[in-house]
Design a binder for this molecule. Structure first.
Ligand code: ANZ
Ligand code: ZN
Length: 829
């Protein structure tokens, strides 16, 4: 018998499988389809890391098993290849990013092949390929035409280190999600996508899909739907008014001041001459701060008095108006009614500025802190005595009846900042014509644009902006000499004279191209559609193929994408659904979030810690089958767990034992009864566990099984050896294929998934009746052949039995009658 030498076997089979093209997905196949998707990687210069190996193996095993079960599997792979690291590499080395990308993807592909991932490589996609990003640009144009993309000057999050504008989703705790640098503010003209238009549907439709609770909760929280009332506070003897958004109209009588955000448009008008200097200085200082720093919970609440007063619409009391930066312009109306008795921020502000604190909801001690709970109204005129919930409804209704309020829904989610000032991204396919802008012509004023106009109110400020003609797509990235971001807020494309200059799609006069590129989240917002029809030249993916393959049946990805990619792609998909281009409103039927493999020291793997495990080294040393089996054996697929080289050795020993057991000479014609039973149980267990993504327990069961196999006198018959190999095949595809050849002239990976006889297993559990003094008290399940001691123990532990025979009464048992396989009776009388 030959020794188990994975390095030799694995290479051989990879070549054979590659030629046989075993893993192609069949469009419109008659078998039931299953679309397995894992987030596609960014092909970095570092190559495949262990996290990739881990997550890709998870779906690879599921896909292999389901293929054996008779499903038409779509398990594709591609490259999310636009992004900063490649650009930085280009800056350092002068290599064109496209060249670097080609090199990196080739290496990734080779590494993936070494791990035997069963992808349909005919469907490979690359977001940086012009034939792909043509369609990313096309979607942008559709968004623009439908009024869902607009350009606006706004102070935005700016990373001074990446020299790039960031979306809110990319700012974590006030820092750049990518490099950790503190984010600053910069006024820039930016393209925005109106994800807010879809806020409600993005939240509601989470009911239609099977996502982990943590994911739906995080998305709902990020969308932040908040129901409240906009209340108008009259000013200037009722000639005008200031609106505030509040979720607590029941606290209206507790309003002792009103606060405007420094950016609020009425600040200038309301500021009295003697307060002018102070207010202006304050606004200047606030303008330098980041919104993040203004909203975090700091006790110190700065602010200044404007000298003006508004009237409380119900109590008619005069209320002083302040400017303070803890109120932000981007939420609600940018103005807040200050209720210090019941809002902690207002409480801090009132304390620091000597303002009255009035208790209007009973239940707390407002001298000490704001009481934010519910309760009975006090000091609230005719509303006193109502509970806060009823009062909310009544106050809001009375105000609405007098035209002083309206019910409002607010969302915390903001429109998606979609411009990046970088080279290595999709050019935004827009053209600006000065001539048309001066004539105030917008796209929706053109013949084509008129078709869209009735659908919505076109965004403002887009005079002179036109999409490039769709026939001219893709708008290709030009070659540049310098990839460096300029740092001025302009992309390096702004320096490419011959590229910027173009013709106006409307008037034909000279015009210039948009020089910003799209964020790296653009290409991934629809890539799962392209896999269904990767070569289509006419549309982003053909409707019939989308009807067949979509939705994705299982989408595996990281928790870090919950409010980024996962939200963005759902938004794009809903838009495409509205255009009638995709069959379902949700792209992913089921989402699961995978765990993280830590270094052997229990910390995240990083160069600086020197604890990186390189999958390729592991393949060299132990073979891909061992690596795959170990990655699955480590723990639950969604756990965070440290690497353990001892565990790898254990898995290597396991495969070695299988190698020898499977090749044992003198196999019996029939497997012994007990081993047959164990095998039937194993088929059930491994099948169910893979389906539930419980790979670790599936491997453990197979390990347990081979112990029985090894000590069994005769071992497994040829037929049953084959069954065992089939169960192991998704985990260790090379070795099982090699062993299979002893018995058959086919590939193990095209065999059906083994079946078991349910009767065989069912018979094995029996029900034993538990009696106390011959009265039935419980029924318990046991494996056949169970002995008296085990039954007695379990029966006495049973809650139902304990109700009649508690622990302290056990000494009263005079006699125990046990009828094997039937009953146990405790006699106390
Ligand atoms: C008065 C009040 C009394 C409030 C009370 C709360 C408790 P969510 O739930 O997040 O929607 N608010 C409104 N606009 C704001 C802005 N632009 N900047 C800062 N704060 C703002 O929060 C709604 C509450 O946040 C509103 O309800 C308002 O304070 C504050 F006992 O109004 B409340
Ligand atoms: Zn023009």
């Amino acid at each position: 018998m030959e020794k188990y030498r994975p390095q030799q076997i694995e290479k051989k089979w990879q070549e054979i499988w590659g030629e046989a093209r075993l893993y192609q997905a069949t469009d419109f196949g008659k078998k039931p389809k299953f679309y397995a998707l894992v987030e596609f990687p960014y092909p970095s210069g570092e190559g495949l890391h262990i996290g990739h190996a881990f997550t890709f193996t998870i779906l690879d095993i599921l896909a292999r098993k389901k293929r054996m079960e008779g499903y038409n599997i779509l398990y594709p792979m591609g490259w999310d290849a636009f992004g900063l690291p490649t650009e930085n590499y280009a800056i350092r080395t002068g290599t064109h990013p496209q060249v670097a990308t080609k090199k990196n993807t080739a290496r990734f592909r080779r590494q993936m092949d070494r791990l035997a991932f069963a992808y349909d490589w005919d469907r490979e996609i690359d977001t940086t390929d012009p034939s792909y990003y043509k369609w990313t640009q096309w979607v942008f144009i559709q968004l623009f035409k439908h009024g869902l993309a607009y350009k606006k000057k706004m102070p935005i999050n700016w990373c001074p280190s990446c020299k790039i504008g960031l979306a809110n989703e990319e700012v974590v705790d006030g820092k750049c999600e990518r490099c950790g640098t503190r984010v600053t503010r910069k006024e820039l003209e930016q393209w925005f996508l109106k994800i807010t238009t879809y806020a409600d549907r993005l939240a509601n439709d989470l009911d239609l899909v099977d996502f982990p609770k943590s994911v739906t909760a995080a998305q709902r929280n990020w969308i932040g739907r908040s129901e409240g009332v906009t209340i108008n506070f009259p000013v200037d003897k009722g000639k005008s008014s200031i609106s505030v958004f509040t979720t607590r109209p029941d606290t209206l009588f507790g309003t002792t001041f009103l606060v405007l955000a420094p950016e609020h448009p009425t600040v200038k008008r309301l500021t009295k001459p003697q307060h002018k200097r102070e207010v202006e200085n304050y606004i200047n200082e606030a303008g330098k701060k980041m919104e993040f720093d203004r909203t975090i919970e700091i006790k110190k609440k700065t602010g200044v008095f404007t000298g003006s007063y508004v009237k409380n619409p119900l109590s008619e009391e005069n209320i002083p108006v302040y400017v303070a930066d803890f109120v932000v312009m981007s939420y609600g109306t940018g103005a807040v009614m200050g209720v210090p008795g019941h809002d902690p921020r207002d409480w801090d502000f009132a304390k620091q500025h000597g303002l009255k604190i009035r208790e209007v909801i009973a239940g707390g001690n407002v001298k000490k802190e704001a009481y934010t709970g519910e309760g009975v109204l006090i000091n609230s005129g005719e509303y006193s005595g109502l509970d806060s919930k009823t009062a909310r409804g009544k106050i809001s209704k009375d105000l609405r009846a007098r035209g002083l309020a309206s019910s409002t829904v607010q969302y915390h989610i903001r429109d998606w900042i979609f411009s990046r000032q970088h080279y290595w991204g999709e050019p935004i396919p827009m053209v600006y014509c000065k001539n048309c802008a001066e004539k105030r012509i917008t796209f929706w004023g053109t013949d084509e644009g008129k078709n869209f106009k009735h659908l919505f109110k076109p965004p403002e400020g887009l005079e002179g902006w036109f999409p490039v003609s769709e026939g001219s797509l893709p708008t290709k990235l030009p070659n540049v000499e310098h990839y460096q971001p300029t740092g001025t807020g302009k992309s390096p494309l702004a320096a490419v004279k011959g590229w910027i200059d173009t013709r106006c799609p409307h008037c034909g006069g000279p015009a210039r191209r948009e020089t910003d590129t799209m964020p790296n989240w653009a290409g991934s917002s629809w890539y799962f559609l392209r896999y269904c029809d990767p070569k289509n030249d006419e549309t982003l993916a053909g409707g019939k193929k989308l009807d067949y393959w979509m939705p994705v049946d299982l989408y595996l990805g990281g928790s870090e994408h919950t409010t980024l990619h996962l939200l963005y792609s759902r938004f794009w998909h809903k838009f495409l659904f509205d255009l009638g281009l995709v069959p379902k409103s949700e792209p992913y039927a089921k989402r699961r979030v995978h765990g993280v493999v830590l270094g052997e020291d229990g910390y995240r793997m990083s160069k600086s810690r020197g604890n990186i495990i390189n999958p390729e080294d592991m393949v060299e040393k132990f073979g891909a089958d061992t690596l795959r089996t170990y990655l699955m054996f480590m723990g639950p697929y969604n756990a965070t767990m440290p690497w353990d080289t001892k565990g790898v050795r254990g898995c290597c020993r396991f495969l070695n034992r299988v190698w020898y057991l499977a090749q044992a000479k003198d196999k019996p014609d029939e497997t012994s009864k007990s081993l047959c039973l164990a095998l039937a149980r194993l088929i059930k267990k491994v099948g169910e566990d893979i389906e539930d993504l419980k790979f670790n327990t599936a491997v453990a069961a197979m390990m347990g099984f081979i112990n029985d196999w090894a000590v069994d006198e005769k071992g497994l018959s040829v037929k049953d050896t084959k069954i065992f190999l089939q169960l192991l095949a998704p985990f260790a595809p090379h070795m099982t294929e090699e062993l299979w050849q002893e018995f058959a002239n086919s590939s193990i990976h095209t065999q059906p998934w083994p079946k078991f006889d349910p009767d065989l297993i069912r018979e094995e559990t029996i029900t034993i009746v538990v009696q106390i003094n011959s009265k039935l008290r419980d029924k318990l399940e046991f494996p056949r052949g169970v002995g008296e001691n085990e039954v007695k123990q379990k029966a006495l532990d049973s809650a139902k039995v304990q109700r009649h025979l508690p622990l302290q009464h056990h000494p009263k048992i005079k006699k125990t009658v046990f009828v094997p396989g039937r009953l146990i009776n405790f006699v106390t009388k």
